[in-house]
Design a protein around this ligand. Structure first.
Ligand SMILES: Cc1cc2nc3c(=O)[nH]c(=O)nc-3n(C[C@H](O)[C@H](O)[C@H](O)COP(=O)(O)OP(=O)(O)OC[C@H]3O[C@@H](n4cnc5c(N)ncnc54)[C@H](O)[C@@H]3O)c2cc1C
Length: 361
């Protein structure tokens, strides 16, 4: 990377200010992923003995004040507020301007963004403006010392940015010890929202950014918000989940899964394979980047048992797997396994339960 006036070199590390979390919100609600990042940011800030800072960008003073209190009670030491009529809704250039200006001003050691649509849009542009590195879609962040095997340099308390690579077959650990801030976008739901402590005190600092004409080249005509029904699988006693094994007739397959779940008084879950195929909403996904569930009974239908899926359901008291392939990994975790076609087994289970409950077809 070439030198430039904004580059923060390793020599300046002592002067760096701490961890900065770029906060996302809808109206007056901080997004769950930003609260999760605030929790992780608190942990990292404590490990490098520096402050946890957050930046809130928006227009409505009342909403910003409410969210400031939420951020402090979830672990922030300082909340920077950038308030401007042009910042009411996310648009790329004004938001990039604010965060890049703030970073140049306060020189954080680490900057974290959610790996959301806006986080993924903003972070690379900011990295380019301030000439630093960026790791996208991290699933873990760790502070540790780093001995560079090539330069032989030794670095203390570097941010190890960990993310899956090669389709999830390996976990890559990425460091950028010569450039600050160390920046990452982080997938949602990989960290927990920290417990709230309303007695915490924090500092609120208003930050004015020089949003100029070229930043305002885009205007928003209309915003259409769609609300998705979220399913709280965490409380479900029984979950029937469908996977990519339903590919032959996915619509029929998920109808069968819903019917069985209803008969059992349970909820419908899914693997990411099914979610990515567009058969069911992400709100039903179980696993590392979905929900972690602990039902009494988990019935996995046409799910192979990838580690990322197992991570979300291995706490189930009883696991029943239905899979055509007797070598599928899911059988290693299952208490009961059926090496069968889901389209043959599910109708039989439904028929049996209907008979038991005296329900007419
Ligand atoms: C960072 C990262 C995070 C991830 N997070 C998650 C996550 O949160 N949740 C998650 O689930 N995955 C997650 N994944 C993806 C995960 O690695 C797998 O790709 C995914 O779980 C596979 O979904 P699947 O089991 O439905 O599909 P597949 O792996 O394709 O398995 C389909 C199974 O169906 C069986 N089958 C086919 N037809 C039938 C039939 N008619 N009857 C019975 N069985 C049949 C097949 O034998 C096969 O075992 C993540 C991956 C990465 C890299």
């Amino acid at each position: 990377m070439k030198n430039n006036e904004n580059k923060l070199s390793h020599d300046t590390k002592g002067e760096l200010s701490g961890v900065l979390v770029v906060v996302e919100h809808v109206g007056a609600e901080v997004s769950p992923s930003s609260l999760q990042l605030t929790g992780k940011g608190r942990e990292l800030a404590d490990q490098i003995n520096k402050k946890l800072m957050t930046v809130l960008i928006g227009e409505n003073e009342e909403s910003l004040n409410k969210m400031t209190a939420d951020l402090i009670s979830h672990g922030a030491d300082i909340v920077y507020i950038s308030q401007h009529k042009e910042l009411a809704e996310y648009t790329t250039l004004p938001y990039v301007r604010v965060v890049a200006d703030l970073i140049k001003d306060i020189k954080p050691e680490i900057v974290l963004f959610s790996a959301s649509t806006s986080g993924r849009d903003m972070a690379p542009r900011i990295a380019a403006r301030i000439q630093t590195g960026l790791t996208a879609d991290c699933t873990n962040l760790v502070i540790d010392d780093f001995d560079d095997p090539i330069s032989k340099n030794k670095y203390q308390k570097v941010l190890f940015q960990i993310r899956p690579a090669f389709g999830g077959d390996v976990m890559a650990t990425i460091v950028s010890p010569d450039h600050y801030p160390q920046m990452a976008t982080v997938r949602r739901n990989v960290f927990e929202v920290p417990p709230e402590d309303k007695s915490r005190k924090g500092e609120i600092i208003k930050f004015e950014s020089n949003i100029t004409g070229p930043d305002l080249c885009l205007s928003i005509e209309e915003i259409i918000r769609q609300t998705k029904k979220t399913v709280d699988l965490k409380k479900a006693r029984i979950i029937v989940s469908g996977g990519r094994g339903l590919y032959k007739q996915s619509e029929k397959g998920f109808k069968l899964i819903k019917e069985l779940a209803d008969l059992l008084g349970g909820e419908v879950g899914a693997s990411r394979g099914a979610v990515d195929s567009g058969w069911i909403d992400h709100g039903h996904q179980v696993g590392q980047t979905g929900q972690t569930v602990k039902p009494e009974v988990y019935i996995a239908c046409g799910i192979s048992g990838a580690v990322q899926h197992i991570a979300g359901m291995s706490g189930a008291k009883m696991i029943i797997a239905i899979n055509k392939d007797s070598n599928a990994s899911i059988f290693r975790y299952a208490d009961y396994g059926l090496t069968e076609d889901v389209f043959e087994v599910l109708p039989k289970m439904i028929e049996y339960l209907k008979k038991e409950k005296n329900i007419e077809n």
